[in-house]
Design a protein around this ligand. Structure first.
Ligand code: RTP
Ligand code: MG
Length: 138
C-alpha cells in the first residue's frame, strides 16, 4: 500500500465552506480518490484515532475540536502518496506553511489546520481501515 495515504478535511474547513476547494486541489494534484465519506467523530472515536498524541499537551483540545463537527475522511492514491500529500498540505502551523499549500490557503491555526495527512505508509493503512471496510476501498 505504499501508494496510498489517508486524509480528513477537519471541522474548521468544513464549517468555513472549503471542502469543495480542498477536494478540487487534491484531485488536480494527481491523487485518485479510493474511498470517501462525510462523517462525525464522537469524542471517544477522536480520542482513539489520535491515541498516539495522548501524552501531548494539546490532546484534549485536539479531541474536542475533531469531534466538534462533521469531517470528510478519504483514502487517496498516487505514487509516493504519503510524502507528496504532506508536501501538498504544508506545515502543521499554517503560518509556517509554504505558499499555495492547503493549510496556507485554508487553515485557521496550528490546532484547527484544515486537513490531516498520514505520516507513514503503516499509519495510512491503519487510519484508512479505521474509517473504511475492505469492501469500501477500491
Ligand atoms: P495531522 O496528523 O493532523 O496531519 O497533523 P501533523 O502530522 O502535521 O501534526 P501532528 O504533530 O501529528 O499533530 C496532530 C494535530 O494536533 C493538532 N496540534 N495542535 N496546539 C498545538 O500546538 C498543536 N500541535 C498539533 C493539530 O491539529 C495537528 O494537525
Ligand atoms: Mg500527524
Amino acid at each position: 500500500m505504499t501508494n496510498r495515504t489517508f486524509t480528513m478535511i477537519k471541522p474548521d474547513a468544513m464549517k468555513n465552506g472549503h471542502a469543495g476547494a480542498i477536494l478540487d486541489k487534491i484531485i488536480k494534484s494527481g491523487f485518485r480518490i479510493v474511498a470517501l465519506k462525510q462523517t462525525k467523530l464522537t469524542e471517544e472515536k477522536a480520542g482513539e484515532f489520535y491515541a498516539v498524541h495522548k501524552a501531548r499537551p494539546f490532546y484534549g483540545e485536539l479531541v474536542e475540536f475533531m469531534s466538534s463537527g462533521v469531517i470528510i475522511a478519504a483514502i487517496l492514491e498516487k505514487d509516493n502518496a504519503v510524502a507528496d500529500f504532506r508536501t501538498l498540505i504544508g506545515a502543521t502551523d499554517p503560518s509556517k506553511a509554504d505558499e499555495g499549500t492547503i493549510r496556507k490557503l485554508f487553515a485557521t491555526s496550528v490546532g484547527e489546520n484544515a486537513v490531516h495527512g498520514s505520516d507513514s505508509d503503516e499509519n495510512a493503512k491503519i487510519e484508512g481501515d479505521f474509517f473504511f471496510s475492505g469492501l469500501e476501498q477500491f
